[in-house]
Every structure is written in structure tokens, then in C-alpha cells.
Design a protein around this ligand. Sequence first.
Ligand code: FAD
Length: 455
Amino acid sequence: MPRVVICGAGIAGISTAYHLAVTRGVTHILLVDPRPPLSLTSDKSTEAYRNWWPGPDGSMVHLMNHSIDRMEALARETNNRFLLNRRGYVYATAREDVAAELMAAAHQTAQWGAGPVRVHDGRGQRTYVPSPAEGFTGVPPGVDIITDPQLLRDHFPYLNPNTRLVLHVRRAGWLSAQQLGMTLLEAAREKGVRLLRGEVVGVMTQGGRVHQVRVRTHSEELLLPADVFVNAAGPFVRDVARFLGEEIPVYWEQHAKLAFNDYRHILPRDAPLLIWSDPQRIPWDEEERAFLAEGEETRRLVEELPAGAHVRPEGGGESTMLLMLWDYHVTRTVPRFPLEFDPLLPDVLLRGMTTLVPSLRVYWERAPKPVVDGGYYTKTEENLPLIGPMSTPGAYIIGALSGFGIMAACGAGDLLAAHILGEEVPSYARAFLPARYTDPQVYPLLGAWSSQWQL
Ligand SMILES: Cc1cc2nc3c(=O)[nH]c(=O)nc-3n(C[C@H](O)[C@H](O)[C@H](O)COP(=O)(O)OP(=O)(O)OC[C@H]3O[C@@H](n4cnc5c(N)ncnc54)[C@H](O)[C@@H]3O)c2cc1C
């Protein structure tokens, strides 16, 4: 049995521990992290998932289908402790060109195994099935494309009335990421996985293989024997890889989300995740516009801003919270904690969401005090994750999980556990190997991946 040290108790490290210990019976596993589990990036997400991954090949669709299979199985085993729902992602557009792009992307993704495309244009039978608010069963796979104005009004009366097409991704929704992580962690600990509060500060090799891991705790420095070292350090994967003299090709973007109290009940509590797929200009009033146009930093806010403003209800029972996100100004940066956020973010987000859901305008005069938090997307240029062996024998990575680490975690952890134990892995796993940059089968496709339609 290998002795495994996992650096990082975010969702990636925890899922790896689970899939080694619980699924495969590995007994010597230590999860090392100076922070409480899941507390750096994994508890900051929007907690949404989908199997809709347009792209030049099917690798992301396969990974996400597998991950969702694993989540659904776990949800069944635990009486849905982590509240997996399947309300779907609703991409809405008022533009003909964007509608055509969405249609093309839907057909492409169907080809990779994301499920069928059903078009509701008012000509055939009315077969659109709305998603239930809770649970993850009884929802058709694939996507529904709705252009029938009556159907749009019946099912999405709160959307911008200029909406000409809605693409509803059906194997999609959200969950409690914290509860998913704790479900995996508790099960792993029951199988003997130990958690050590400390920071990995070095990885030693012997004969070129991983041999020991140096950990600094609050009181001492330890040298832990290890046959396998897993780099699951989230935003710090590059630093940790350097302990082995390896360079990991990642960069970072800061992403923020807004928790907004919709106390006037504007958005129905059973709404899906809603995404405005068009670029937009915010209708500032004259005074605001003049003020923003004056500042070098704020001038861009009066110009056209990118597509992707999105919102969903958060919480059950009496909750009136909405989560709002819109990456209207993403730049590359290096991770620094604590994060600082644009003070204009709440105003910009609220206005951007109003294009999607016009009734939110009631909050323009007096918006409740919002809560902003966020973290870093750690990304590769092609925005595919890194899952597999590093160059040093015995070292592995599960990282660059960008804005999809929660939904990918179960699939990625399972895949990495298979790599570690030398099991056969599915062919799509090639696209995620750190060695892909020199793989003649994978490399030519990398340039064709982009972040379009990704959140
Ligand atoms: C605003 C926002 C919204 C998002 N929305 C979604 C979404 O809707 N759906 C989705 O699937 N994903 C989403 N994500 C992405 C998702 O949250 C991340 O991809 C995921 O949490 C990354 O998990 P991780 O385990 O790799 O990293 P982390 O959660 O950051 O965990 C890494 C851990 O490694 C530890 N570590 C680092 N260095 C060391 C060291 N030297 N020694 C020991 N430990 C170390 C850290 O302390 C940390 O605990 C979102 C992210 C953000 C920021």
C-alpha cells in the first residue's frame, strides 16, 4: 500500500483522499493543510454544475458526466445530504447571432455525449418539461432550446421581454459544496484518512522518486515518509510544484460573487441559474455616466461590458438570498489573501442583472447591503484542468480547476486515484495530463479550447 501525502484539503484534495480510501481501500493517507478544510476557494463558489461543455473534443463532457454520475450516486447514498438539485442553467439571449452560436454549441455538445437537443419553436407539440425545484430525478437529459414566445412567457415570465432564445441545460443545477466536501471528508476519515494542520514546505526525492514531505506545523517541522505526493494546493499549485523543481503552466483570475437580499421577492425561489448571454451597456443616468467616464479605472463601465451576468436563488425555506456573478472585468493577477473587491461591484452587478431580470430595477434606488466574497480561478491557457502524474515519479497533481472545481471534483478525484494506483484510465483522461503539452494527439486541440459559454 502506498503512503500518500495530499497537500491541500480543498475539494480536490478531499475528493482524491475519498476516492483512494473509500472507493479503493488505500489505508495510509494524510491530508495536510494549514487552513480548515474547504476554506480557501472551495467554500467561495456558486456551487453550480453542468455537463454542457462546448469544445473541440468531448473530454470535458466526459469528465463532467462522470463527476455528476459520482455526485448522484453519493446523493442517493446520503439521502441527498448536499442538496443536489437539477434546475439547470438557462442561457438567455436577445440577439440573433448569439442565438445561432448557442444553437451550434448545443449541437456540438450533444455530439460529445451531453444528451439530445430539443427545439421548441412553437411548431411541434409542447413537450418542454420544467425542472422541479428540488431533487435531481425526473429531468430529461440534454438541452431544450426555446424560441416559442408563448412558451418563454409561460415558463420564464421574469426574463427580459426581448429574450428571443433560451437554452436550458438539463443535466445541471447546484448543490451545497460545503456539504459535499464534508460528506467526502467524513467518509474518508472513517476509512482512516488523517488530517494534519500544517503547511507543506518541501518535497524530497531519493533516487529521483518522491521520498519525504516536509511539513511545518505551528509547533514543529516534520519529515513525513511518502511514496506518493499529491499537489492539490489550489491557487498555490505552482509554488508547491516548485518544491520538486517543476513548473506548472497556470495563471490566476480573481472572481467575486454577491449575496443579495431579494426581500421584495422579485425572482421566484424555484428559478434555475439564469445567464444573460449578450454583451451589454449599463443604462447609467447622466450624472453617473459623467462621473464614471472621468475616472481612468471606471471609464470602462460606461462602455460595452461582456456577456455572462448570472444569478440564482440561494437557500431553502424562508431564504430571500440571490447569488449574483458577473465577470465584467477579469484580469490576470497573482493570488493574494485577503482579497480586495471593486467597491462598485454591487452596483454594477445589480444593474447588469436588471438586463436579465428587469424587475430587479426596484432595488436601484435603495439596495439592501450586499455581501461580497470570492477567490481565484487557477487556470491553464486552454482552461482544462491538470489531473495526473507530474514529471517526478511518485508526484501527482489535481489542479487548475478554474471555475469548475466543485462540479469536476468527484470525477477528477476518481481519475487521479486511478492514476495513482496504476489502473487503466478512460481515453479522455489524456486531455488532462500535465504531459499533454507534448502529446501529439492532444496538443493540436488545446488552442481550440476557449472560455466561451463557461462561467
Ligand atoms: C467566485 C467563484 C465562483 C465559483 N463557482 C463555481 C461553480 O459554480 N461551480 C464549480 O464547479 N466551481 C466554481 N468555482 C471554482 C471552484 O471553487 C474551485 O475550482 C475549487 O474550489 C478549487 O478547489 P481546490 O481544492 O483545487 O482549491 P482550494 O479550495 O483553494 O484548496 C486548496 C487548499 O490547498 C491548501 N494549500 C495551499 N498550499 C499549501 C501548502 N503549501 N501546504 C498545505 N496546504 C496547502 C490551501 O490552504 C487550500 O486549503 C468558483 C470559484 C470562485 C472563486
